[in-house]
Write a protein of this length. Structure first.
Ligand SMILES: Nc1ncnc2c1ncn2[C@@H]1O[C@H](COP(=O)(O)OP(=O)(O)O)[C@@H](O)[C@H]1O
Ligand SMILES: Nc1ncnc2c1ncn2[C@@H]1O[C@H](COP(=O)(O)OP(=O)(O)O)[C@@H](O)[C@H]1O
Ligand SMILES: Nc1ncnc2c1ncn2[C@@H]1O[C@H](COP(=O)(O)OP(=O)(O)O)[C@@H](O)[C@H]1O
Lengths: 415, 116, 116, 116, 415, 415
């Protein structure tokens, strides 16, 4: 009996299960850090990201990503995964693992576009990202495309998943414009506090939990001492980077604003997780802690930059956490990789390759989502009306109240 | 207590509150008490579906702002409120009441002295 | 309705409420209606940071206690409230209004009879 | 403003509110402002245990319905409210106040015109 | 060293852990979609379903289900599982897996009976369902009883677990009568909105997550290529059915009511999960997606039917999600089973067997719960007083407020 | 290929993942059962317990616990785990498993000290407990120290983890003093209700779920029939004890207060889990159910005792659940252990050894935390000002509101 394949399969399915649960984490983070009048809408977007994504990735996306490479650019279409593949584990196991990853990329976007995007438009966007945008970039990196040929290292997807989500989020949030009331007449950024710190925090814990499937699961094997050691190391690097990200974000906000900021600290943990995702299998624990430290600092600065300087309204910090820290983390592989990293005497070669990968994917994602969002904007419209936004998307898009029994405050934008 | 003291109760949409507060500040009103309320009136509610069952939302969330004033003429308050809230149905109402006494608890001051 | 009936509206900090309630009970007031409100006045708000953006909290949570009284002199209420709330800025205010009628629904009693 | 305008404040149990609203509608009252309050009065609270410690709940959740009326006689409101709320202790109270002015913000109408 | 048994055991324990967590999912769904004044009571019912269920299923229920069959109807009692069994894995692993399943069946009921059932009575009911009602039906299907002899296919329990819970829920909700205010004087259904869409949605994500233990875990083996392939396939079928259920429920409510309904869409996902549970191991991904589509439609229609036509008040839709979709899903095995299914040239034989199974279990469960609830109703009483119901079960049954710091609205029934 | 090590590693990593998730459970329990004005602060403490703990345990703590024993008292320091170890599984797997355990001990404390502790001081405390207090006691029990030499049985850490957390919580809560308003002028205990029963309950379900990693994971092996049987048995004992704890706490409060208390019943489940942790691998299912019954009763009595008699204000019952029930559970190993237990003819020897272990660890933890808290109190101060406490730590320590959209009640202490 072939037990090695069983061990590998169990491992990948364990990973897939945890990564699936990240959907709950995203849903809680995104609702917790936005206003109560839009929670139902955000839930629906997350649910549809995953549901539509699961169906379309199975129907088409998967083969575009992992089908036989056409010129290193795109996989050959094989609708409904009917062909035969050899991924070392049963194709179905590989498919489900890839499905939950694809859905993660899509879900990232909803956070940055929260509280003002038309639901139907969002569903279409979500459909397209799972259909082509994500799978094609994924093909380059993991599907045998030109970036993998080049030696680009993105072990579990700082770029393939998080940056893709983050760049699409950037384009979406930019084209949408800020929420009403987010910037004063003088252009000064105002605070629109999230409605539940507890749910937001629960979401972060769930995401961290899910990351123990995301990163170690990406090893795709667990049989044999080497794999056992690898997945164990990935647990340690993943965890240390997250911990360092949280601690440094706390310290930094404490110094800068006088008090340790709760939601930034939570973002710091996520930044560490996103950052270490590319290199979790090739860096040392110390390298991981440094990656977490760097991304934990970057995320705070980046959130401020987008908010105060670029005036791009990203309610949950998705652009910074996933886009920026995903890119930084991928670059840092070129610095901290035990083999080939700048700090370990590997010179600039790997770093250069990493930069190429980060760039190409950024250009691709920004370009395609720009076109997509612009077309959607001009045709069915991207944004709800001012009245709908003010009264809440739950009421207007879905006819419900998220918290029917609670007396809500109707004014939550603060000077 | 020589001058007349009035309570002005303004019921408006929550989304207009920030602007109203700023406008009131500009005419010298800094004290106010704000309550979250539900209101119905001329403004029509909506008919929605929840789990397949139709329902009418006729109580809409509003904000009630209470301002007790003496020196500031009531009409000033009415004016700035009107400027802020707009002209759709449901914009809101103002109710004015006589106040027979005001006391600032920490000092014991009474009347308009308690308001300034 | 011969005796005058007044509504005394006391706006204080929530943390003082328990004590105020006990003090009111001691002078014979057992009926009251309590509302959660937000208030601003002399008391300065705070400037805080949320996700790197500065903001001012100027509406502070307060409790509004409404007591409708006839036999109990208003001044007694003012006195006990003053004893309870302390003397920092933001301790709170009392507003007094005339009430033109009181009815206890279950019995139909009116005036001060409806209050006892 | 020739006719007298009054504010009728009805404090009742939340579970009776729907019925009261319907009854008020039937006598021609469509505008109202509703606030969630906590009340105590004749109605006794309960003694409960939480984690082994005894405590008294004496502030009970109530609904305060404010209706400003001119043409509708106050007594009609009292009557329909009485029909709705029943006769147990804690059924609720009505307080009536004089209103010195009403303004509809979007039109500037005043007095009873602002109410219709 | 026998590693195959380790792999199988790990797999089953992994499944059991996930299925246990479904209790949290049920608790969140049931509290989220009901009113805030009853949350403590619902939590207690869920906790007791699992706690009393765990004890009694160990003490008695397990052996009634899996003990040596007495005439195909009931297992021989073996108190506290002291006998020796051979399930391929350690008996304790099998026991815990079966325990969490048994508790699931019980928990389903509390949702339909929420907000008006006396707590003591509910505890007794919960005791009895775990003691005999569930184990006996379970014996027929999985314990070597007459339905398994017949070739009835209910792989992970659309009927054995979900329908049993759903039918008992039906009987309970019917005998109890609707919540005060649920139907107007003219008999028209009114809306009693749930108090937290976020918690309700979190619950659904947790359940979906748990289902990756429920269905693939039911394979009970993971060692060897065949098992590895089987559990992988089950992941895919389970996920596709859920996704299809969510999407179709959304589309359907969108068309019918003009807006996509959040809680119905969440129910659609659950309907897909319940529906595919019976056939997840024997249908193709396409079959699974179709099962999800069908159950996603059925669940919406069924919820309306019970609410508007039968005027049975089921606050969370448990009867439709678990009872009806469990039955439909079981029947659809006869249609979509790759071997023996109607659509795959198998004729009507399997479909007939499936119908017999669905029916027998329905009759058994409805019959026994009817007697049980009626006896309880006549003796200690099934329902709290009107005053208790109006003021909330939390206050009256447990002396607490669920949300002591929040200003609640006291009127949430809407015309 | 060495598959046994893969199986063991997967098992330990599965355990570590679940135990990590207990952080979310603690966060929800601790926020749910305290007031809404302090939720951000509690979240931060939990996050920092884990983040600071992860870093410092890796940097120093781990080697103090598992380094070569110096006289049975302390391990030899090996900064950043650079040495080579043989734990049967990859060192990284062992490290991550131990890390999540260490963080659990720290997190327990925050519950008892909630709503009044200065954040900076708490961070320092958390740092020190993960640096030395926990690792040294851990060394005695699990790291080859004198208690393990003695034959002290604490399989998964009723004493090593829970009691250590519980005793530190006791000292912290005592030195801090009660929350303002907790005791009336007459010294009578008042009720300060928690702000969300649903989140509190969710937390308990998450902890129970996590315990299926905590206890069975502590086997550290799963390969081979013996290990497979052992981990299966541990699932059953763990679950039965929790179930019995919940049921008995419910019954007891029902009889004593007239109504079944929700939060006490939830505490009862936790008490059962803590209690069985020491002996889960060496007692029978019946023994486990009895341990749950005993600790379920003890926890209620103990919470009352600390609250009413000692007037030590422990908002969530951490001292009783973890400290007292951890100790009782450890002692009960001497009674119920199938080999060596008093009830199985083993005489008093094992019970005596258990008592020595419980006592030594209590003395050590109470002593060191007393010194630590006293020093912190005299230097930077342990407690926030009265104004900060009254207005809430979220506002004063972090500048935020936990629930910005909700109208909160400002008075929640009830007579
Ligand atoms: N007669 C009334 N008594 C008390 N409150 C009223 C009355 N009429 C209106 N209101 C309050 O004023 C709000 C706005 O009233 P509405 O009639 O909808 O708008 P408008 O005055 O602009 O026509 C209502 O939601 C309600 O809170
Ligand atoms: N002019 C006013 N009208 C209505 N409410 C007021 C007014 N002034 C103060 N208040 C209420 O009284 C509270 C306390 O007032 P504040 O001026 O801050 O304190 P103090 O009276 O002790 O100086 C405020 O928060 C507000 O709710
Ligand atoms: N003197 C009072 N001042 C203000 N509100 C009162 C007063 N007395 C009663 N209320 C309000 O009316 C509600 C019902 O009063 P209560 O005395 O309990 O019932 P009843 O009037 O039916 O005897 C109380 O909960 C409180 O909100």
């Amino acid at each position: 009996m072939d037990l090695a394949i069983s061990i590998d399969t169990i491992w990948v399915l364990f990973g897939a299960t945890l990564v699936f649960f990240m959907q709950a984490g995203f849903a809680m983070v995104e609702t917790g850090f936005t206003r109560s009048k839009n929670v139902g809408n955000i839930i629906m977007k997350n649910l549809m990201d995953f549901s539509i994504g699961s169906l379309i990735f199975w129907a088409v996306g998967f083969s575009i990503m992992y089908g036989e490479s056409i010129g290193g650019f795109i996989g050959k279409a094989d609708f409904f995964v009917r062909g035969s593949y050899d991924f070392g584990i049963p194709t179905a196991a590989f498919l489900i693992f890839q499905t939950v990853f694809a859905a993660t990329a899509a879900t990232i976007v909803s956070g940055a576009m929260a509280e003002r995007t038309k639901f139907i438009t969002y569903c279409i966007f979500s459909f397209v990202i799972s259909l082509v945008i994500y799978p094609i970039a994924g093909h380059w990196i993991w599907g045998g495309g030109f970036l993998s040929e080049l030696g680009f290292i993105d072990f579990a997807g700082s770029t393939a998943v998080h940056s893709v989500g983050g760049w699409a989020a950037l384009v979406g949030a930019m084209i949408l414009g800020p929420r009403i009331g987010k910037y004063g007449k003088d252009g000064k950024s105002k605070v629109i506090p999230g409605h539940s710190i507890t749910l937001g925090a629960l979401g972060v814990f769930i995401l961290w939990f899910g990351w123990f499937g995301f990163n170690p699961g990406s090893q795709l094997e667990a049989a044999g001492l080497e794999n056992a050691t690898a997945i164990s190391n990935i647990f340690v690097t993943t965890n240390l980077s997250a911990a360092a990200g949280a601690v440094i974000a706390m310290v930094y906000t404490w110094i800068k604003y006088g008090k340790p900021d709760v939601s930034m600290t939570l973002n710091g943990a996520l930044a560490g997780l996103v950052g270490v995702t590319a290199g979790c299998a090739v860096v040392s624990p110390t390298g991981a802690a440094l990656i977490g430290t760097i991304t934990g600092l970057v995320v705070v600065a980046s959130i401020e930059f987008f908010d105060h300087k670029l005036k791009i309204d990203d309610p949950v910090g998705a652009i910074s956490v996933h886009g920026i820290c995903g890119a930084i983390g991928t670059l840092l592989v070129g610095v901290f990789a035990l083999e080939g990293g700048l700090f370990y005497g590997g010179g600039f070669t790997q770093l250069g390759i990493q930069a190429i990968g980060v760039l190409t994917v950024a250009v691709w994602t920004i370009g395609t989502s720009f076109i997509l969002f612009k077309v959607l904007d001009k045709t069915i419209g991207l944004r709800v009306t001012a009245e709908e936004e003010l009264e809440g998307l739950d009421l207007h898009e879905h006819g419900i109240e998220g918290y029917a029994d609670f007396q809500m405050k109707t004014t939550t934008i603060v000077e | 207590m020589s001058e007349k003291i009035s309570k002005i109760e303004i019921v408006i949409k929550g989304s207009k509150f920030e602007e109203l507060k700023d406008a009131l500040n500009e005419i010298g009103i800094t004290g106010m008490t704000v309550t979250q309320v539900l209101g119905c009136g001329m403004q029509k509610g909506k008919t929605e579906f929840y789990r397949g069952t139709e329902y009418k939302i006729d109580l809409l969330p509003k904000v009630k702002v209470e301002v007790v004033v003496s020196s500031v003429p009531v009409d000033d308050v009415v004016r700035v409120a009107q400027e802020v809230v707009g002209t759709e149905v449901g914009s809101g109402k103002i109710f004015v009441y006589d106040v027979s006494e005001v006391i600032r608890l920490r000092t014991g001051e009474r009347g308009s002295a308690a308001l300034s």
